[in-house]
Design a protein around this ligand. Structure first.
Ligand code: HEM
Ligand SMILES: *[C@@H]1O[C@H](CO)[C@@H](O)[C@H](O)[C@H]1NC(C)=O
Ligand SMILES: *[C@@H]1O[C@H](CO)[C@@H](O)[C@H](O)[C@H]1NC(C)=O
Ligand SMILES: *[C@@H]1O[C@H](CO)[C@@H](O)[C@H](O)[C@H]1NC(C)=O
Length: 335
């Protein structure tokens, strides 16, 4: 049992690391002009598959979803038409042949590929990877994946239903430190959420707290908030969660503590990646996940031109940490 999983995933680790990608923030992949799929979409896919899990629906006698069960790959025509997952068909279709060829369950494959994608980010975590998820799944109920335009209470309630506290959502959002968007404003394809999108660092937690002053594209879009730097994109949900009294202190706590950020993310991802599964029936195959390279610097800074005066202090009682302003580019390029 162990060796079967181990050998399959070891072979896959090399393949997934080399998956082509055009604008993956932290990809080791080859680049070529016709490549479309970003490897960080693999990381987003872990969430969109797993969060299809609702004990609240189950209590009403309805099917609540199977969690991290691969249903987004098994029923891609349906689930990638759910509003929050529109456009994910591309990455799912691209990845499915690898899962089929290596005869691993779709649920395992998605969590595995996400862990490998994150390991390609400097400074990133080496996530736990457990194998052995069933390949049987049913279509997830709709509307379980949060939208960036959702009110913060709705987002917290949805995450709470799936078993995550508001602070654990803050932990999971470390993934946005290496994220970019295409769909909220297609006019600024590949606009990143912070100025260091290829490093899994705390810049995201700093820059989301800067006073938003501009839209990187041609104006406001649904799910978008103003960002502090030309080219940078801010999701409305990240803007609200950073400032909400329930989560602002967890958010701020990562600003000068990249180690804590990685620890908390790793812990929350271990929970998310096994939603709906019995962890005691899974096999630890974490060794197949590559060891990420260290980040050159893990010290967060204010981007050029910004100071503590631009911070919207949101954690009551704990002053924002002292950071230096780093001279350099005053706009963020697409990734
Ligand atoms: C409140 C919860 C969340 C909301 C509302 C949200 C929303 C979004 C949106 C709208 C995008 C941009 C998609 C696009 O336009 O291309 C995005 C990107 C991304 N999200 Fe989230 N997200 C949430 C939580 C998470 C979690 C928990 C993870 C993973 C653990 C995650 C991982 C990512 C990644 C990796 C990307 C970048 C995708 C890429 O570069 O192609 N997100 N998110
Ligand atoms: C998993 O299920 C899909 C159908 O949803 C099937 O095509 C595939 O062969 C199955 N994979 C394994 C390893 O059983
Ligand atoms: C902004 O650009 C998008 C295409 O990128 C277009 O669909 C939209 O109409 C534009 N909006 C404005 C206000 O110009
Ligand atoms: C934020 O920026 C706006 C301009 O977009 C300005 O009017 C406002 O005073 C600023 N707020 C803070 C707290 O600096």
């Amino acid at each position: 049992m162990f060796s079967k999983f181990f050998v399959s995933f070891l072979a896959l680790a090399a393949v997934v690391s080399a998956v082509p990608s055009k604008r993956a923030s932290c990809s080791k992949g080859r680049s070529a002009s016709n490549e479309k799929v970003g490897s960080m979409e693999l990381s987003a896919l872990t969430f969109h598959d797993a969060i299809g899990f609702s004990p609240a629906l189950a209590r009403q006698g309805k099917f609540g979803g199977g969690g991290a069960d691969g249903s987004i790959m098994a029923f891609a025509q349906i689930e990638t038409n759910f509003k929050a997952s529109i456009g994910m068909d591309e990455i799912v279709e691209e990845q499915r042949p690898f899962a089929l060829k290596h005869k691993v369950s779709f649920g395992d494959f998605i969590q595995f590929a996400g862990a490998v994608a994150v390991s390609n980010c400097a400074g990133g975590p080496r996530l736990q990877f457990l194998a052995g998820r069933s390949n049987h799944s049913q279509v997830s109920p709709p509307d379980l994946v949060p939208l960036p335009e959702d009110p913060v209470d709705k987002i917290f309630a949805r995450m709470g239903d799936a078993g995550f506290s508001p602070n654990e959502l803050v932990d999971l959002l470390a993934s946005h430190s290496v994220a970019a968007q295409d769909k909220v404003d297609p006019g600024v394809h590949g606009s990143p959420f912070d100025s260091t999108p290829s490093v899994f660092d705390a810049q995201f937690y700093v820059e989301t707290l800067l006073n938003g002053t501009l839209f990187p594209g041609n104006g406001s879009h649904v799910g978008e908030a103003k960002s502090p730097i030309p080219g940078e994109f801010r999701l409305a949900s990240d803007d609200l969660i950073a400032r909400d009294p329930r989560t602002a202190c967890e958010w701020q706590s990562f600003v000068t503590n990249q180690k804590l950020m990685v620890q908390r993310f790793t812990r929350a991802m271990a929970k998310m990646s096994t939603l709906g599964n019995n962890v005691h029936e899974l096999v630890d195959c974490s060794e197949v996940i590559p060891v990420p390279s260290k980040a050159a610097s893990n010290v967060a800074h204010f981007p050029d031109g910004k100071t503590i005066k631009d911070i919207e202090q949101s954690c009551k009682g704990t002053p924002f940490p002292v950071l230096k302003t780093q001279a350099g580019p005053t706009s963020v390029p697409v990734v």
